[in-house]
Design a protein around this ligand. Structure first.
Ligand SMILES: [Zn+2]
Length: 143
């Protein structure tokens, strides 16, 4: 989770991500497969484009992995760019934005923002309570 934002992103890059779902998928895919693609099911390294944006499909067993699977953005019911905005502000933000304020800024229901914020905070807390070694493995999963 926090490893998503390990490197500081500049304001231009951030506003690009906050405006475009496509850029978010691209960002997550680059992060997830930064060391190349390996199929989770069979270990094959070759892939082709999957059905959803920036997803990858194994050429051997046909298993498909989306850019968001294994991350906090998986199965998110609202646009990933908005989820990204909340996640970034909760993890890195200097101001403490209330869920009402998130809802206003993003045109989402307050409850939606509250749920997603709680999900992020739980993930962060879980990471905090682990040993260093566990942390690095879970961050790999969450990122
Ligand atoms: Zn495979």
């Amino acid at each position: 989770m926090s490893s998503i934002f390990k490197n500081d992103l500049d304001d231009d890059r951030l506003s690009e991500l906050f405006r475009s779902d496509e850029k978010c998928y691209e960002f997550l895919a680059n992060l997830k497969w930064s060391e190349g693609f390996t199929c989770r099911k069979c270990g094959n390294k070759n892939y082709c484009q999957g059905k959803t944006p920036y997803s990858r499909r194994c050429t051997k067993c046909k298993a498909e992995e989306s850019a968001t699977s294994g991350t906090i953005f998986h199965n998110c019911k609202f646009p990933v760019s908005k989820a990204f905005y909340i996640a970034y502000n909760v993890c890195k933000g200097k101001e403490n934005i209330s869920t009402y304020e998130f809802a206003r800024r993003l045109s989402l229901r307050q409850m939606t923002c509250w749920n997603f914020k709680a999900k992020i905070q739980n993930a962060l807390q879980e990471i905090d309570s682990l040993t260093e070694r566990e942390k690095s493995s879970i961050q790999k999963i969450l990122s």
